[in-house]
Design a protein around this ligand. Structure first.
Ligand code: AHG
Ligand code: MN
Ligand code: MN
Length: 333
């Protein structure tokens, strides 16, 4: 008898809320994020048919060319969240400073940090892209928040998730009770529970994921580590390599199959490229909740105290044993 009951993400969020005896506002924020994901997914799937491809003609705070879809995704999430009365402020990859909830709307006790569109350089070539988000409780007494509310260590996250706009659109989230994946059924406009209780497989698939174009810029220890993975020193044969160049897609494969995703430091980028607050922290919590690990090469990502909204960090994330192996190798002189 096939399991016929359908669990939508909205129902799952409410059931999680009941189990946690949480306040409804927490759930409403996650439900609003699911709505935003559906709107962005529709536009992503129309990209190429509507004037949404290409560059917006200016650079963002990171000095990177902004894509029209970056702006669209930013606006969709902002408009889904600014009036629900549950947030005091937000922080986004696309804004230099934190974003207080406007005076015309009520403010709440939660903080949302997000990368509205990850992997945007891949939009025009139809490669999977994503959205990444984390939810915190405020720590300041300011009604509409302060930047400190957005700079909390990842261990204080209340929820973390991502949306993958790929061959199907998936939303994956955790509230500290496991990781759950939902696939969008466009015919009914609902995210349906498709991947309950995701656990990183053990033993993991023998796959590593890194941009090897930067090999010459890595430390000798990092170069040695990749050579070891290729040789398969541990006797079971070498690893295969997969690198999509879209963090959410590379991470999602690592979560479902195991392996190790790396974006290391190098001589030109001593802190790597990925951002601690709205890329590494959400994915690190999801990885740990699925039985995996996440490190900056020295310490646990979730224990890092961010000093700036757009602070970058090296990232080693995936199967716990492989993350530990990377940290050990990188600590050798
Ligand atoms: P974003 O589009 O939000 O700026 O993120 C892009 C990131 C991430 O998606 C990916 O892992 C990384 O850029 C790829 O960088 P390289 O091209 O240097 O490998
Ligand atoms: Mn990104
Ligand atoms: Mn982005």
């Amino acid at each position: 008898m096939t399991d016929t009951h359908i669990v939508t993400i909205e129902r799952h969020i409410i059931e999680e809320e009941r189990r946690r005896r949480a306040s409804g506002s927490f759930s409403n924020i996650l439900t609003d994020m699911a709505l935003a994901a559906k709107v962005i997914s529709r536009q992503v799937n129309m990209a190429g048919l509507v004037d949404i491809l290409g560059k917006a003609g200016h650079s963002n705070v990171q000095g990177e060319e902004v894509q029209k879809l970056d702006i669209f995704a930013q606006n969709v999430i902002y408009r889904a969240m600014d009036h629900n009365g549950h947030l005091c402020c937000m922080a986004s990859e696309e804004f230099e400073d934190f974003i207080p909830i406007p005076e015309k709307f009520p403010a709440g006790d939660y903080v949302l940090v997000f990368d509205p569109l990850d992997g945007s350089s891949n939009i025009d070539v139809n490669v999977s892209i994503g959205t990444i988000f984390s939810l915190y409780r405020r720590v300041s007494d300011e009604e509409r928040g302060t930047v400190e509310d957005c700079l909390q260590p990842g261990i204080r996250q209340l929820a973390a998730g991502y949306v993958l706009y790929g061959s199907s659109t998936m939303m994956v989230y955790t509230t500290g009770r496991g990781v759950h994946g939902f696939t969008l059924d466009p015919s009914i406009g609902e995210f349906i529970l498709s991947h309950p209780e995701i656990r990183i497989p053990d033993p993991p698939s023998r796959c590593y994921s890194v941009n090897e174009a930067y090999h010459e810029r890595w430390s000798p220890a990092m170069q040695r580590f990749i050579e070891e993975l290729k040789r398969g020193d541990s006797g079971e044969g070498g690893f295969s390599s997969r690198y999509i160049g879209s963090l959410v897609a590379d991470f999602h494969r690592t979560l479902l199959k195991g392996g190790l995703f790396m974006y290391p430091a190098d001589r030109r980028s001593p802190n790597g490229k990925l951002r601690l607050v709205y890329e590494a922290n959400p994915l690190a919590w999801i990885a740990e909740q699925a039985g995996g690990g996440a490190s900056d090469g020295r310490e646990r990502i979730l224990e890092r105290k961010p000093s700036g909204l757009h602070e970058r960090t090296p990232l080693f994330i995936g199967s716990a044993g492989l993350v530990e192996r990377a940290v050990e190798t990188l600590s050798e002189i």
